[in-house]
Design a protein around this ligand. Structure first.
Ligand code: ADP
Length: 190
């Protein structure tokens, strides 16, 4: 597999394992895995202005506004390590964000290679979420995250399918099996 020059989005529900897979694939491809959730959590932990603005929104399981997210992603993609590619994890989460990403890449003379959809049945998502409940997560928040995903984020699958960018893998397998399936796809899409 050739290093660099991979521009990918890891797409999936909360609990789909997309974060784990983004990190594994990033190592294989030698491009950064960019998790917007992790970036926001770091901002909250560091007590930055951004952190203060998003803390309550995140705690409620809601989405941070699209304008803020566009700024966060623009800055991150401008960093040196993202010059030769990236795997986005947790962005885009709305159609508006997908349009913003398309414009941002266009300005850079780039486009996405593929959107990798890690698919897991809803009942398995709920089971996983309840099993690995974080200390600060209550069931209500978990359900809210899944609801937001269903209503705002899942429609992106069809949006990317229309653009011939969506590739699905079965996420209801072992971590290694999912990783192997994703690596095979990336080989195919170049
Ligand atoms: P998960 O726990 O579902 O993997 P993430 O770690 O990706 O979620 O994100 C945690 C939280 O950060 C989200 O619930 C949301 O409040 C916020 N967030 C992350 N990425 C985005 C985004 N692209 N748009 C809006 N909000 C986001």
């Amino acid at each position: 597999m050739s290093p660099g020059d991979h521009r990918l989005v890891m797409f999936g529900a909360p609990g789909s394992g997309k974060g784990t897979q983004a990190a594994l694939l990033a190592e294989t491809l030698r491009v950064p895995a960019i998790s917007t959730g992790e970036m926001l959590r770091a901002a909250v932990a560091a007590g930055t202005d951004l952190g203060h603005r998003v803390q309550a929104i995140m705690a409620a399981g809601a989405l941070v506004d699209d304008g803020t997210m566009a700024d966060v992603v623009r800055d991150r993609l401008a960093a040196d390590d993202a010059r030769r590619g990236f795997i986005l994890d947790g962005y885009p989460r709305t159609i508006v964000q997908a349009e913003a990403l398309e414009r941002l890449l266009e300005e850079r003379g780039q486009r996405l290679q593929a959107v990798l959809h890690v698919r897991v049945p809803e009942e398995e998502l709920v089971r996983r979420a309840l099993a690995r409940q974080r200390a600060d997560d209550i069931e209500e928040i978990i359900r809210e995250r899944l609801r937001v995903y269903r209503e705002q984020t899942r429609p992106l699958a069809a949006w990317y399918r229309d653009r011939d960018l969506l590739v699905a893998v079965d996420g209801h397998q072992s971590i290694e099996e999912v990783a192997a399936a994703l690596a095979a796809i990336v080989l195919e899409v170049g």
